[in-house]
Design a protein around this ligand. Structure first.
Ligand code: DQA
Length: 140
């Protein structure tokens, strides 16, 4: 089982950025623990602040991974191009958000990418990524 995590803009600042919303833990530490939890699963990680780089990564991995966990950050609310990329590949994509976006500002309530994804996990902090791994393991 090989899973790709893709994090979008500003998620490189987890632990520093708005800790009251996103928590105080950096993603690197969390990723170590996630990999320890699933020793039989290869979990690759990519982060970019750039929409085009995210699309390139989706295209690159979208035919040979078993699943993609995508937190597109703010691009989730705006990017038809990322939706089109998700629809262009064969690997199932789980949309993830750390925060409970429906409880936040109205402009975060709509996701442009959800219709391309097999499901959405949001609001459980960094544990949302683990729940997404579980979801992917269970559809296999
Ligand atoms: C986010 C929610 C988005 O609205 C926001 O722009 C982010 C992070 C989340 O994980 O909660 O950058 O995707």
């Amino acid at each position: 089982m090989r899973i790709q995590i893709i994090n979008g803009p500003n998620l490189n600042l987890l632990g520093i950025r708005e800790p009251e919303i996103y928590g105080k833990k950096g993603f690197d530490d969390y990723l170590h623990r996630l990999r320890d939890l699933y020793p039989n699963c290869r979990i690759d990680y990519f982060q970019s602040n750039s929409e085009g780089a995210i699309i390139d990564k989706i295209q690159e991995v979208g035919f040979d991974r078993d699943g993609i966990i995508l937190n597109a950050g703010a691009y989730a609310h705006t990017s038809i191009a990322i939706l089109d990329a998700i629809r262009s590949i064969s690997t199932p994509v789980v949309e993830v958000h750390i925060s409970n976006v429906p409880r936040r500002e109205e402009f975060r309530h709509h996701s442009m990418i959800s219709t391309g994804c097999i499901g959405i996990i949001l609001g459980f902090g960094l544990d949302s990524y683990r729940l997404a791994v579980e979801a992917l393991l269970n559809i296999k």
